[in-house]
Ligand binder design. Structure first.
Ligand code: ZN
Length: 119
């Protein structure tokens, strides 16, 4: 048994978000884990919330990493008129200006024709 104290870094509404944050923290060398939802060993105290835990010693650095992550979300970029989605043919994430919504464009990666989603 280790003596590491774990701090709740952030609570997010979905495991997908929690997993994204855990993955990003681990890329920065910070060990994190998500609790709640399907994670074994914990009963979620607030159903629908997933806590991301980090060692107390890493909490300050983790908050800095998190700050960088929260700014350029895909939603924020789409609000600026750029639409992001995955190409059906090659699976790459592609982007088009918002004016291309609902049109057919050539994939910049594989040149297949794409239906650009309405949003
Ligand atoms: Zn493609």
């Amino acid at each position: 048994m280790t003596e590491n104290h774990l701090d709740v870094l952030i609570s997010v509404p979905s495991e997908v978000e929690a997993a994204a944050i855990v993955g990003m923290l681990s890329e920065e060398g910070i060990e994190a884990k998500a609790t709640g939802g399907l994670t074994a060993g914990f009963k979620a105290e607030a159903p629908g919330e997933v806590n991301v835990l980090v060692a107390a010693a890493d909490a300050e650095r983790a908050k800095l990493v998190l700050g960088q992550f929260e700014k350029p979300t895909i939603e924020a970029r789409e609000a600026n008129g750029i639409i992001f989605f995955d190409c059906d043919a090659c699976g790459e994430q592609v982007s088009f200006p918002g004016s291309a919504r609902g049109t057919i464009e050539a994939c910049p990666e594989c040149s297949e024709w794409l239906d650009v989603p309405e949003g």
